[in-house]
Unconditional design. Structure first.
Length: 745
C-alpha cells in the first residue's frame, strides 16, 4: 500500500510558472503542467491587467521540447558540408575537439581568424551568448562583425537625431493618444511587447483613431485600424517628407517646440520646399513615388499635426531597405514638427522594437558576462560612418563603432579574405543561437562561404539549415529545462523561467557548455558561481519584493506611478537635461554627418531612391517588389518544425489578384519565384491584402535546396541581396523578383 501511495504522490500534477521569450518580440507568462516529470500542457496568464498572455507559439512549446527531431547528443560531421551526415560522440570528445580547433586556428592564423557570431534565441539574461564572448576575450579576442539584423537603420537614425537609442515610451502610454499611426508596424503578429495588442484594443475602445501605413493589409490593420494606406516598399521617407511639406505650407508645425528643442529645421525646410535641389516635395511629388494619393497624404499630415497627442509608431521593417535610415530620421523629424516628443500620448518615433534595459527598471548582469573588452578591438580601426554616440552607448558601445565588417558581408568576407580587402582570412566560426545560413541574405552565397571554412561549431536544438554545415554540433537545452530571467519592456515586467523538467537526452545549458569549454581551453576560474547565484546577481537591486517571490510566482509586474515617456525630462527641463547630442538638442540637421560629405548619408533626412526599386531598369526582368515579413507561427526560424503550428498556416507568397491574373496564377498554385540570385518554390496566396506590384514571402522558412539549388520550402533569403545600407542596415525589403506558375517555369 505504501508503494502505491508513493506512486500516486509522484504522479500528482504540478503547475510550474515560467516565461516564454523566444525572440518573437514578446515575453509571456506560462503555467506549465508537469506530471511524472513530463510536461502535459501549457496555459498562460489569466490574472491581472494588462495580461502577459502567450500566443500560439508559447502554448505549443511542449511539442518543441518533445519533438522527435531534437538534437540529443553532441555529434561530429562524417559527410560533406551541408549533407547532414553526423555521428554521435561524447561531450568530452566534442569539447576537446572544439578547444583543439580553436587553439590550432589561433596558433596558425592568429585570433582574427576566429569568428564568434550570436543571435538572440531566447531573449534572457543568463543562458545566451555572453559566456562565450567572455571565453573568446580571455584567449585573445576574435574578429568583430557589426550590424544588428533587425534595426541597424533605426539605431543609426536614433543616434543621429537623439544621441541615444533609448527612445521608446511605455506601451500603456498609447492609451493617452488621440491618434496612433502604425507605420509598417504589425504587433498582432510580431508582438512588439506582449501587452501591445491589448493596449491597442483598449485605445480603440476609447475612441483613439488608428491608421495603418503598410504595403499589406496586416492583421493589425484588420483588427485595430480605421484606415489602411498601402505604400510601395522603400518609399516611406518620401511620404513622410511630403507630410512635412503640408505642415510647413499650412503653418501646422509646432514652431515653439522646434525653436526650443531642435536644431536644423531651417535646413530641412529648405530641402522640403525645394530651395536646395529645385524639387518641391509636395504630396503630388510623393504620390508618383509612393503610390499613395495626394489627398490621403494631405489628410494624414493634417491629422498628425492637429490631433495632439499623437503617436507615430515607426516599425522597423521599413528601415530594412537600401536607405532605411532616411525613413527613420524623417519619422523622428515629423515627431518633432508636431511636438509629440516627451509628452504623454506622443511618441519620439524611434524604432518600434527595442532591447533590454531601455525603460527605467534597470537590472544587474550576471558575473559570467565579459569583464574585459575584445582585445582585437584595440587593433580594429573605427569604421568610417560611426556617429560619436556609438561610443557612449552602454548597450551597443564603442565595439560597434570599431567593427570593421558589417555582418551582412560575412559571406563575402569569408570568400575573399585579405585578398578581397577584408582584414583577415577567416577560418573558424562559432555560432550561438544563430541559424545564420537561413537568416542571412543571399543564402546560396552564405552556403558557399560556409563550405570554405576550416571549422564550424553550432550550438543548436534541431538540425537546421546551418547545423547541416557544422563540424561539431552541441545540443542546447530549451528554456523549460533550465532557470533564467526574462524581461518584458513595453509594460515592464520581470519573468522567471523556472526549470520545469530535467534536461532531455544529453543536452546542456549555455552556461554549462561555456564552463566545460573553458576547462578544455585551460581557462582557470572561468565561473565560480552556481546558476542560482548568477540569477540572484541579476535581480539584485531590482524593484521586486524578493528573488524567492519572483521564482515562486514566475512574474512580477513593475508598478510605475505613470506610463514611462521617453525624453520627458529633456522636454520638461531642457536646461538641466540636454539631449546627448553634440548640440544638446534634437538634431534634424547633423553637423557631424555633414562633415562626412557623403550624398548617400545626408545631414537632414531625405528621400533617396533605392536600388531594385520600381524605376530600376532591372524591373523589366523582375517587375515585382518583394518584402520579407514576420510570420505568426514562427519567431524568425524558430518553431518552423512544430506540427501544431505548421497546421495553422502554410508558408505562402502573398500576391495581389491583378498580378496573379496577369500570370495565370490561381490561389493555391505552386509557383516559382526567382531573380538573378536564386529560385524558390512556394504556394501562391492570391489576395487583396497586398497592394499590386508587391509580393510578400514570410522570412524564417528553412532553406532546403534541391539538386539544382532551387529552394523547396520558401526560404526568402535565397532571393535577397547581401548588401547593406549606407548606415549599416540589412536590406531584406529591397528586392525585385518575378513569379511563374510551376507548369510554365
Amino acid at each position: 500500500m505504501r508503494d502505491d501511495a508513493s506512486k500516486d504522490l509522484a504522479e500528482v500534477e504540478k503547475v510550474i510558472p515560467s516565461f516564454c521569450s523566444s525572440h518573437c518580440g514578446g515575453a509571456c507568462f506560462l503555467k506549465v503542467h508537469v506530471k511524472g516529470g513530463v510536461i502535459t500542457r501549457i496555459e498562460s496568464d489569466d490574472d491581472g491587467e494588462p495580461p502577459f498572455r502567450a500566443c500560439l507559439r508559447g502554448r505549443a512549446c511542449r511539442q518543441r521540447v518533445y519533438h522527435t527531431d531534437r538534437l540529443r547528443y553532441p555529434m561530429k560531421r562524417v559527410g560533406t558540408r551541408g549533407e547532414g551526415a553526423f555521428q554521435r560522440i561524447s561531450w568530452d570528445e566534442a569539447l576537446n575537439t572544439v578547444a583543439g580547433e580553436i587553439r590550432r586556428v589561433k596558433e596558425s592564423y592568429g585570433n582574427s581568424a576566429l569568428m564568434l557570431i550570436p543571435s538572440a534565441g531566447d531573449v534572457v539574461l543568463l543562458h545566451a551568448a555572453a559566456p562565450f564572448f567572455k571565453i573568446f576575450n580571455m584567449i585573445g579576442g576574435y574578429s568583430n562583425f557589426w550590424g544588428t539584423i533587425s534595426y541597424e537603420a533605426a539605431l543609426f537614425a536614433e543616434y543621429a537625431t537623439y544621441g541615444t537609442t533609448y527612445t521608446r515610451s511605455g506601451r500603456d502610454d498609447l492609451l493617452n493618444s488621440s491618434l496612433i499611426i502604425m507605420w509598417g508596424w504589425n504587433p498582432a503578429v510580431s508582438i512588439q511587447d506582449t501587452p501591445t495588442s491589448w493596449v491597442l484594443a483598449e485605445a480603440k475602445k476609447r475612441g483613439t483613431r488608428i491608421v495603418c501605413v503598410d504595403p499589406r493589409f496586416t492583421d493589425s490593420a484588420a483588427t485595430f485600424a480605421d484606415r489602411w494606406i498601402p505604400i510601395r516598399p522603400g518609399t516611406d521617407a518620401a511620404m513622410l517628407i511630403a507630410m512635412a511639406f503640408v505642415m510647413i505650407r499650412d503653418d501646422l508645425q509646432d514652431q515653439r517646440f522646434l525653436d526650443t528643442y531642435t536644431v536644423g529645421f531651417s535646413q530641412f525646410k529648405d530641402y522640403v520646399l525645394g530651395s536646395e535641389d529645385g524639387i518641391v516635395k509636395t504630396p503630388s511629388w510623393a504620390e508618383a513615388i509612393t503610390g499613395v494619393p495626394t489627398s490621403v497624404i494631405e489628410q494624414l499630415a493634417r491629422e498628425y499635426a492637429t490631433m495632439k497627442p499623437a503617436a507615430l509608431m515607426a516599425g522597423i521593417g521599413a528601415g530594412r531597405t537600401a536607405y532605411g535610415e532616411q525613413y527613420h530620421r524623417a519619422a523622428m523629424t515629423l515627431a518633432a514638427m508636431t511636438g509629440n516628443i516627451g509628452i504623454h500620448g506622443g511618441n519620439a518615433a524611434g524604432r518600434s522594437h527595442t532591447t533590454m534595459m531601455s525603460l527605467p527598471f534597470m537590472i544587474g548582469m550576471p558575473g559570467i558576462v565579459p569583464d574585459m573588452p575584445n582585445p582585437l578591438l584595440f587593433e580594429t580601426p573605427f569604421r568610417k560612418y560611426a556617429l560619436h554616440a556609438y561610443f557612449d552607448d552602454p548597450l551597443y558601445g564603442w565595439s560597434t563603432a570599431r567593427g570593421h565588417v558589417n555582418r551582412i558581408k560575412m559571406a563575402d568576407a569569408i570568400l575573399k579574405g585579405k585578398a578581397g580587402g577584408y582584414p583577415s582570412d577567416y577560418k573558424l566560426l562559432f555560432l550561438v543561437n544563430h541559424n545564420i545560413l537561413n537568416q542571412s541574405p543571399n543564402c546560396s552565397k552564405t552556403a558557399e562561404a560556409l563550405r570554405r571554412l576550416e571549422f564550424i561549431v553550432d550550438m543548436e536544438q534541431f538540425m537546421t539549415a546551418t547545423a547541416r554545415f557544422a563540424d561539431i554540433l552541441l545540443p542546447v537545452n530549451t528554456f523549460l529545462e533550465r532557470n533564467d530571467i526574462a524581461i518584458g519592456e513595453g509594460i515592464p515586467v520581470y519573468g522567471y523561467q523556472n526549470k520545469v523538467i530535467d534536461s532531455l537526452y544529453g543536452s546542456k545549458s549555455h552556461v554549462e557548455i561555456a564552463i566545460e569549454l573553458a576547462r578544455h581551453l585551460g581557462i582557470p576560474d572561468f565561473c565560480t558561481h552556481s546558476e542560482d547565484e548568477l540569477l540572484r546577481q541579476c535581480v539584485a537591486g531590482a524593484p521586486i519584493s524578493s528573488y524567492e517571490a519572483l521564482q515562486e510566482k514566475g512574474i512580477h509586474r513593475v508598478s510605475l506611478p505613470e506610463p514611462y515617456v521617453a525624453f520627458k525630462r529633456q522636454i520638461d527641463d531642457p536646461a538641466n537635461n540636454p539631449f546627448p547630442t553634440p548640440s544638446g538638442k534634437i538634431e534634424i540637421f547633423s553637423q557631424e554627418i555633414a562633415g562626412w560629405n557623403n550624398p548617400e548619408i545626408p545631414p537632414v533626412p531625405k528621400y533617396l531612391e533605392t536600388w531594385e526599386s520600381r524605376n530600376d531598369p532591372l524591373v523589366k526582368k523582375y517587375p515585382l517588389q518583394m518584402i520579407t515579413t514576420h510570420f505568426k507561427r514562427r519567431a524568425h526560424s524558430q518553431f518552423e518544425n512544430v506540427p501544431w503550428l505548421k497546421e495553422l498556416e502554410p508558408q505562402a507568397i502573398l500576391i495581389n489578384s491583378a498580378d496573379a491574373q496577369a500570370r495565370g496564377i490561381k490561389d493555391g498554385d505552386r509557383i516559382l519565384v526567382f531573380n538573378d540570385r536564386g529560385k524558390l518554390k512556394i504556394i501562391a496566396r492570391v489576395t487583396e491584402r497586398i497592394m499590386p506590384g508587391v509580393v510578400d514571402i514570410p522570412q524564417g522558412a528553412w532553406y532546403t535546396p534541391d539538386e539544382n539549388g532551387v529552394d523547396t520550402e520558401g526560404c526568402c533569403n535565397i532571393l535577397t541581396k547581401d548588401e547593406n545600407s549606407p548606415g549599416g542596415a540589412f536590406i531584406t525589403n529591397t528586392c525585385l523578383v518575378e513569379v511563374q506558375r510551376m507548369a510554365d517555369a
